[in-house]
Design a protein around this ligand. Structure first.
Ligand code: DGT
Ligand code: CA
Ligand code: CA
Ligand code: ZN
Length: 596
């Protein structure tokens, strides 16, 4: 079943710009004149850069017309969008070509012009269809296309399927938060929670699983009402399947969402089942069978009588199976069931354990806020300490610091610390003077040792020459670890999720050396890094290497991303003792200068 596009108010600028970009692409596919296409792209760019929300200006056409790139025609489009919930030509184009066209635009190297060619020759506008054409050698027959294009296209489709089908944790979380807020407004709904990989905190999410319960979920009629409300979710693009207690749909960003409506007495069983992982569930079900129970998404029941013995909460299910409660982050069947049976699960790191965040940039290099603004934001989060760690000169595009500028920056940081702590009424905050210094291609650090020695914290990071071979990269990192000024290796593997793989190196050799030199490994909480990852963090712990959980904030608003790091630390079974920035300020300072 296809569901009409609908966009309910209020839309933010990013969403509006996205729609306008899509409209431009669709018009280009349709072969319309370039002036018209350009007008949509210009408007999209203008709205993306606009400091005020369009939604607050929509009643004031004069102000909108004053924005360069928005003329009378575009104004009419925006007014229609806010009144009717769509942009007319966008809706027309999707009717003509179907929503799958938008997904096709996401394939690397497949632009509107090629898509138009394919459409006019074969009337195909979805990924599966294009892949089939390529395999049958039909793409090469198109004008200006050849066998090479065809091979490239197949490779791009393969790449898209491999990573494009997954989403970063923050994208999934933001969508989940909006959907949960929306569903809470439905009649008869009492609880809405995410399950699946998002609840387990996996570093990327395939599809979103959302569970809903409440009185309204117990009867057909009220379930219908909730489903009707669900279908009015802004940005919902297409309903994939609709059953008695499940609705699956695709959101405008391409993400699939599975929503399940469950009666309260099964909610715990469903939470357990749909949180997964599959491997954890299989092992748990075997344990249940051995104990004379069956376990499914409705309940834990007696094997012989089929009478439920637990189901309303997860806690009672784990308890009946004689297990301590297993936090969702651990449910990967990596020893957690055995540990829970022996009451040996670790007390996992918690957000509140962290006393500081020590990787931050300022306007002096590529950050957006001043030292003072970053420090105030850190204090507002309740931290006892933070560090300013701007880039070094090798990162020229980030305006990295020279020796001289780095020394002057230390002075500024010290002065800011004094000024911010003048008022004895407010909670004191320690501002460490640090640096994120580049590890150069040969493993030396980008600033002189005498300058680095002045720093409270030295984070050494690789930002260039990612293509070195494994042996060279390993030596390079070993050399950086051996520098007596190095306190932390920043985002140690250099991976960028869904974009760039880690550079090759011998992780065991690095961890062994880090343990010896007492150099910490960073857990960079930025959702497209999460570096070290859960697997490497667990290895680090086994090697006796301590971790520092940081955000790498370039703006005050980035500091809240620390919770993604905490989740990954928990997935790695880390406790407070494994993480240095849980220490009180004096002990932490010592660990940075002299090791732990
Ligand atoms: P994803 O969506 O790829 O990021 O990963 P998940 O873990 O969210 O996987 P998904 O959405 O396919 O399924 C959600 C949960 O439902 C999964 O973690 C465990 C449970 N589940 C799904 N299929 C099966 C199954 O065949 N057997 C068992 N025992 N559990 C399943
Ligand atoms: Ca999922
Ligand atoms: Ca799912
Ligand atoms: Zn960095």
């Amino acid at each position: 079943m296809q569901f009409p596009l609908q966009y309910l108010l209020p839309m933010d600028n990013k969403a509006i710009a996205g729609l306008l970009y899509e409209t431009a692409d669709l018009l280009e596919i349709d072969g319309q004149d370039s002036f018209r296409i350009r007008s949509y792209r210009n408007a999209a760019e203008a709205i993306e850069a606009l400091p005020q929300q369009v939604s607050t200006l929509i009643e004031d056409p004069k102000k909108l017309l004053a924005v360069p790139g928005i003329g009378k025609g575009m104004l009419a489009n925006l007014q229609h969008l806010f009144r009717e919930g769509n942009i007319e030509v966008h809706a027309e184009m999707l009717k003509k070509y179907r929503p799958s066209m938008l997904e096709l635009l996401k394939i690397q190297g497949l632009g509107p012009k090629t898509i138009a060619l394919i459409w006019s020759a074969y009337q195909v506008c979805d990924i599966d269809g294009v892949e089939k054409l390529a395999r049958e050698g039909k793409i090469r027959e198109l004008p200006r296309m050849g066998e090479k294009h065809e091979q490239k296209l197949l490779k791009a489709i393969e790449d898209y399927r491999r990573i494009g089908g997954r989403f970063s944790l923050d994208t999934a979380e933001q969508l989940a938060d909006k959907l949960i807020a929306h569903l809470r407004e439905a009649p008869g709904v009492e609880k809405v929670t995410p399950a699946g990989s998002l609840r387990r905190g996996r570093e990327t999410v395939g599809d979103l699983d959302i569970l809903v319960t409440g009185k309204g979920c117990s009867a057909d009629e009220t379930r219908q009402e909730i489903a009707q409300h669900l279908l009015r979710f802004p940005g919902l693009m297409e309903v994939i399947a609709q059953g008695e207690n499940k609705v699956s749909f695709r959101q405008r960003n391409g993400m699939q969402v599975d929503v399940r409506l469950l009666p309260p007495e099964s909610f715990g069983a469903a939470m357990q089942y749909f949180t997964g992982s599959k491997a954890h569930n299989v092992a748990l079900r075997q344990r249940a069978l051995k104990m004379g129970y069956t376990l499914n998404e409705y309940s834990l029941a007696n094997l012989e009588t089929n009478k439920p013995v637990a189901g309303a909460t997860e806690e009672e299910i784990y308890a009946k199976l004689k297990l301590d409660f297993i936090p969702p982050e651990l449910r990967e069947n990596l020893g957690e069931i055995e540990a829970a049976a022996k009451h040996e699960l670790p007390a996992l790191l918690e957000l509140g354990d962290l006393r500081g965040d020590v990787h931050m940039h300022t306007v002096e290099t590529d950050g957006r806020n001043t030292i003072e603004e970053m420090a105030e934001a850190a204090r507002a989060r309740g931290y006892a300490y933070m560090a300013i760690t701007d880039h070094s000169k090798n990162l020229a595009f980030a305006n990295g610091l020279t020796d001289e500028r780095a020394l002057a920056h230390i002075e500024r940081i010290r002065a800011a610390e004094k000024a911010l702590n003048k008022d004895k009424e407010t909670k004191p905050i320690r501002i460490f003077a640090g640096i994120e210094v580049d590890i150069l291609a040969d493993g030396t650090l980008d600033l002189s040792d005498s300058v680095l020695a002045e720093m409270d914290i030295v984070i050494a990071s690789v930002h260039s020459h990612f293509n070195q071979d494994r042996a060279t990269m390993t030596d390079r990192l070993l050399k950086a670890i051996a520098n007596p000024n190095t306190s932390i290796i920043g985002h140690p593997t250099g991976r960028q999720l869904l974009r760039r793989d880690a550079y090759p190196f011998d992780i065991d050799a690095i961890l062994e050396s880090a343990a010896k030199h007492k150099v910490a490994m960073e857990l960079n909480s930025y959702p497209d890094r999460l570096d070290l990852c859960d697997v490497h963090l667990r290895m680090a712990k086994q090697h006796g290497v301590k971790i520092v959980v940081n955000t790498d904030s370039h703006h005050t608003s980035h500091m809240e991303k620390i919770h993604y790091g905490v989740t990954q630390a928990r997935r790695a079974w880390l406790t407070k003792d494994d993480v240095l920035n849980t220490l009180p300020v004096a002990e932490f300072a010592k660990a940075m200068k002299h090791g732990w």
